[in-house]
Design a binder for this molecule. Structure first.
Ligand code: PMP
Ligand code: GLU
Length: 398
């Protein structure tokens, strides 16, 4: 019998990144050797000084409910960290701490978007954006970008899709899934359209510390005056400090919006985990050497992955400047047979690669880009070497 569920939930797609990761885990549990390049999660352990701060918080009894929108110590640490780094002047009243950046995005869309309002999302986009917009009653307006332009939205494209219902632009830089990053100049040109069309911007900058090749990260509200008034910045500890399981993220937003997000959270989840919040304070206030060590390791892997992709005929990827994903164009591989079996779509390709070679990736169509596959290089060098050997073997199969 069909359950009588709400329209919003009936239409909700599960997260493809998490689905591919659990498929890989299932196969591993069944005894198969599997290398998972599916989930975007640092393979490092959380640095010791951060874990020690959490243990101390527990021993000191910081184990109770906190203010719903986050502990004052963490709000202050967030302001200091970002203001020092980017010359912004956020105060604790602008900060809402939530259960990871994904929860921040959910809060932000819920607070910002009314039924039928449009959110412009450049594709390829991270799997959760469009679903979270729909969950909030909004309409995702997907704008396809070009690999030749490193998958960056142009001001002309943004202007062309704006309607009286356009409320917000979503920007993710450095990008999951493409690894590309906007320059200050490119952001400035988009900001001019944002100001002209009176839009909000949700700027997901969760990969800002994972930038490579001497590229310089630029935070969106710094590129024109008065952008802080129309921007909700999203960030957190998951990627920078290898803290995916701790579930701490934050938004930096105009104070009235921050207050509403705190109110929403007070009804939905209460506060983020108290212990994790103290750990996040230690992450932001402690030495940043651990971040640089992990970044360097990712950079080596990026160089390796780029070389391997370039050396294989019939696949390619855009220039990667940040995050830890290679977004590989596999369109030439579609419509051919592998081991006698016809592979028509990127989903077929990813499932077949997993089935045949035990390498888990995520299909581009989950990111609004059929014909691609996303490979996370948040894996050890040994695993990456083996995975690329297996991918080459797979591609050579007739
Ligand atoms: N934004 C982007 C672009 C991401 O890749 C992720 C990865 N999970 C998130 C937000 C959410 O991060 P978290 O909820 O772990 O803080
Ligand atoms: N952001 C990561 C990814 O894209 C983690 C998975 C998720 O949160 O969906 O793989």
């Amino acid at each position: 019998m069909q359950s009588n569920l709400s329209r919003r939930i009936a239409a909700l797609e599960p997260s493809a990144t998490l689905a591919m990761a659990s498929k890989a885990k299932e196969l591993k549990a069944a005894g198969r050797k599997v290398i998972s390049l599916s989930l975007g999660e640092p393979d490092f352990n959380t640095p010791k000084h951060i874990c020690d701060a959490a243990a101390k918080a527990m021993q000191e009894g910081k184990t109770r409910y906190t203010v719903a929108s986050g502990i004052p110590e963490l709000k202050s640490a967030v302001c200091k960290f970002y203001n020092d780094r980017h010359g912004l002047d956020y105060t604790p009243a602008n900060i809402t701490v939530s259960n990871g950046a994904k929860h921040c995005l959910h809060n932000a869309f819920t607070v910002l978007i009314d039924e039928g309002e449009e959110v412009v999302i450049p594709a390829p986009y991270w799997v959760s954006y469009a679903e979270l917009v729909k969950l909030a009653g909004g309409v995702p307006v997907i704008v396809e970008t070009e690999q030749a332009n490193d998958f960056k939205l142009t001001p002309e494209q943004l202007r062309a899709v704006c309607t009286p219902k356009t409320k917000c632009l979503l920007l993710c830089s450095p990008s999951n899934p493409t690894g590309s990053m906007y320059s200050g100049e490119e952001l400035g040109a988009l900001a001019d359209v944002v100001l002209e069309k009176d839009l909000w911007v949700l700027a997901d900058e969760i990969y800002e510390n994972l930038v490579y090749g001497g590229n310089k990260f630029v935070s969106f509200p710094t590129v024109r005056p008065n952008l802080m008034e129309r921007t909700i910045l999203v960030n957190g500890v998951s990627k920078t400090y290898a803290m995916t399981g701790w579930r701490v993220g934050w938004t930096m937003a105009p104070a009235d919006i921050a207050k509403k997000m705190g109110n929403l959270q007070s009804q939905e989840t209460s506060n983020p985990c108290s212990i994790s919040q103290y750990a996040a304070v230690a992450a932001l206030e402690g030495s940043q050497d651990c971040v640089e060590e992990m970044r360097r390791e990712f950079e080596k892997r990026l160089e390796y992955v780029t070389k391997r992709i370039e050396s294989i005929d019939g696949i390619s990827c855009p220039k990667m400047s940040g995050a830890f994903y290679a977004f590989v164009n596999i369109s030439e591989q579609l419509g051919r047979t592998y081991d006698g079996k016809m592979i028509e779509t990127d989903t077929d390709w990813c499932l077949e690669l997993l089935e045949k070679k035990g390498v888990a990736t995520v299909m581009g169509s989950a990111f609004g880009a059929p014909g691609y596959a996303r490979l996370s290089f948040a894996n050890s060098m040994e695993e990456l070497e083996t995975a690329f050997d297996l991918i080459e073997e797979f591609l050579a199969e007739k």
